[in-house]
Write a protein that binds this ligand. Sequence first.
Ligand code: B12
Length: 149
Amino acid sequence: MTKTVILGVIGSDAHVVGITILEQALSAAGFDVKNLGVQTSQEEFVEAASAHDAEAVLVSSLYGHAEQDCQGFHERILEVDLDVLTYIGGNLAVGQDDFEETRAKFRKLGFDRVFDSETDPEDAIAALRADLDVRPPEEERDERHTVSA
Ligand code: B12
């Protein structure tokens, strides 16, 4: 069955290239992608996930304000009883923080997986397939992508 994924850039962030690439890669991999675009609010993510009965919400942030923008996000998801996987990725901190610290911070905020700005879309696809129990198409089964997010 096709899995629905909500994708968007949170807050006031207007960096659009990363999610455009992710949208294309996820669609080509067989996911039904609802791309909410840039400058998406928490409410818009939650409403879209609810309306489309999505399996996953993928949040992107590049401009360094992800931590503020994501405060209370998982509380909102719980309020509406959504059972959804959440990933975040991009340039999540200001400057060159130790990424493991950044990852721990966002895991604490409730995200299931946290990806850095070097993430290849194939890593996100491999993670989604593993978490949602989706088998890759036959022609891709020999390619192995390990996920450490
Ligand atoms: C192009 C660009 C812009 C353009 C954006 C044009 C547009 N409409 O997209 C413009 C000029 C408008 C811009 C503005 C700003 N920018 Co800018 N911008 C960049 C730049 C040079 C490239 C971004 C890009 O397109 N990369 C290419 C794509 C393919 O890569 P990506 O976005 O990283 O996405 C990949 C991964 O990150 C990952 N990924 C991303 N999201 C997610 C989500 C999930 C779930 C997963 C799994 C993976 C994933 O997968 C993607 C595909 O491989 C970066 C520097 C850089 N080299 O990254 C700075 C950068 C992101 N910008 C930066 C800043 C500070 C700003 C401004 C605040 C500057 C200012 N003071 O005005 C504004 C913010 C405006 C706003 N409201 O958003 C900083 C952020 C600093 C930080 N986080 O600490 C950066 C890092 C530059 C720098 N080194 O300082 N920017």
